[in-house]
Write a protein that binds this ligand. Structure first.
Ligand code: PLP
Length: 445
């Protein structure tokens, strides 16, 4: 049984709506709120919100009646409100702001397919969502119906996957794959499953959170045909965990879909270890395992949501050891410029010698692990897995240094810089970035 103690809410303005409409996802989608007039009867709007809701060219606003009902209408700092209702702060530019901060477009062999890692791809299947997050990392395309992916583009994505055998994991995202027409989504999953080297399919979706009524038995039956299928949802604050969400995750779990959660660390929303502890504990109660906690990306309109990276370290310090290990997410900085996700955590190794490692735990207890002095090294010659390894050139990374594939990794221009001999390494400001200029006083590019 789904945990009954989570609240179920409906804003007073919706109390007259018959239950069968309220629990119909099509009704929720077609009654989304997006204008000043829509919000006026629901929330006590601030001047800053009024200004933003009246502005032109702001990132798209759309909120389901279900989700807006979770907001305390009188509290301008309500953590759900801050995620979805725009304020004038969105119009503020900041240093470091970028349109495509993760350089996803540069890593796309075909439009909408981001192939950043050796064995997995991110497939953007739509630009539409059930509601829009104000800090959206893909604000450059999301919400824009005219920017959505065409049939030809989806075909090109599938073609690429068919001819790229190292891809074993396809992550469907967008936009939100679960707002696709049911038939389209099923077709897409069928085509992906027909590709033999694709071992797992993942869906990244905030639909269970914005519109849990979309998670029908019919949808679950359809998804269950495509196992192994995993899903990550996106919950940032314990107030988002309702009876309806608990019912949706219960259905998905019963359909055999392992559930994870991705949160974004947001100033004024969840930048507190105590909020995060409650969040992850409530998530595991509804059988959702916290997966990633992301630093807020450097995206236009999202500047006021950023926190120092150290806030994430503090949160992990407040979780690891203090609560169930499987409730602790990995805090990641998705590297601006396209470096991918970089895990960041407190330091637990205090010191080491040739046979001792000194570690501290979450309580500050300091211990020593005595390492063997006679460790027989793993035999790569006889290990069938070592012999069988397949790594794309250039992607063995830092592990390739340990694996004795190579000895160094050099930054761009390194050899050039060091073969000219002597001189001074100079840096010059160039389009906002420092870059090596070479040696000596040359002004050459
Ligand atoms: C996040 C992401 C993935 C998946 O990363 P995991 O760490 O495997 O969850 C894949 N491709 C891109 C481009 C991503 O941003």
């Amino acid at each position: 049984m789904p945990a009954p103690e989570f609240p179920s809410k409906r804003a007073p303005a919706y109390l007259d709506i018959p239950d069968e409409q309220w629990s119909d996802w099509r009704w929720q989608l077609s009654h989304r709120l997006n204008s000043l007039e829509d919000f006026e009867p629901i929330l006590e709007l601030t001047e800053s919100e009024r200004a933003a809701l009246s502005a032109k060219d702001l990132f798209r606003v759309d909120i389901t009646p279900y989700f807006v009902s979770l907001i305390d209408p009188k509290d301008p700092n309500d953590p759900i409100r801050r995620q979805v209702i725009p304020t004038a702060a969105e119009m503020t530019k900041f240093t470091g702001m970028m349109e495509d901060s993760l350089s996803e477009d540069a890593h796309s062999p075909v439009p909408g397919l981001v192939h950043r890692y050796p064995d997995r791809v991110l497939m953007l299947v739509t630009t539409q969502c059930a509601s829009y997050c104000r800090y959206c990392t893909r604000a450059r395309i999301v919400g824009d119906a005219s920017a959505t992916f065409s049939r030809d583009e989806i075909n090109a994505q599938i073609d690429y996957l068919e001819r790229t055998p190292q891809v074993r994991d396809v992550l469907l995202s967008g936009g939100d794959p679960l707002v696709l027409a049911p038939k389209l989504l099923e077709d897409l999953l069928t085509r992906l499953r027909a590709i033999p080297h694709i071992e797992i399919i993942r869906i990244g979706s905030r639909v269970p959170v914005f519109m849990p009524m979309r998670v029908t038995d019919e949808l679950c039956d359809m998804l269950a045909k495509f196992h192994p299928l995993w899903m990550n949802i996106h919950v940032n604050h314990p107030n988002e965990i309702t009876r309806e969400l608990a019912e949706a995750t219960d259905k998905l779990s019963r359909a055999g879909i392992p559930l994870g959660n991705q949160s974004v660390l947001l100033a004024g929303v969840n930048d507190c270890a105590h909020i995060q502890r409650k969040l992850v504990q409530d998530l595991v109660r509804i059988r959702v395992r916290p997966y990633y906690l992301y630093i807020c990306d450097l995206v236009e309109g999202g500047g006021h949501f950023r926190t120092p990276v150290s806030k994430g370290i503090e949160i992990i310090e407040g979780l690891r050891g203090h609560t169930s290990g499987f409730a602790v997410p990995t805090f990641v900085v998705d590297a601006p410029g396209g470096g991918g996700k970089i895990p960041v955590m407190p330091n637990y190794i205090l010191s080491s010698s040739d046979h001792n490692v000194v570690l501290r735990n979450y309580e500050g207890f300091i211990s020593t692990y005595e390492e063997p002095l006679d460790y027989p090294p793993h035999n790569k010659e006889t290990c069938p897995f070592c012999r069988d390894k397949r790594t794309e050139i250039g992607q063995s990374g830092v592990f390739g240094l340990l694996d004795e594939e190579r000895m160094t990794i050099k930054p761009e221009g390194f050899d050039q810089l060091h073969t000219r001999g002597g001189g001074i390494h100079r840096l010059r400001e160039d389009s906002g970035k420092w870059k090596p200029l070479g040696i000596g006083g040359g002004e050459e590019e």
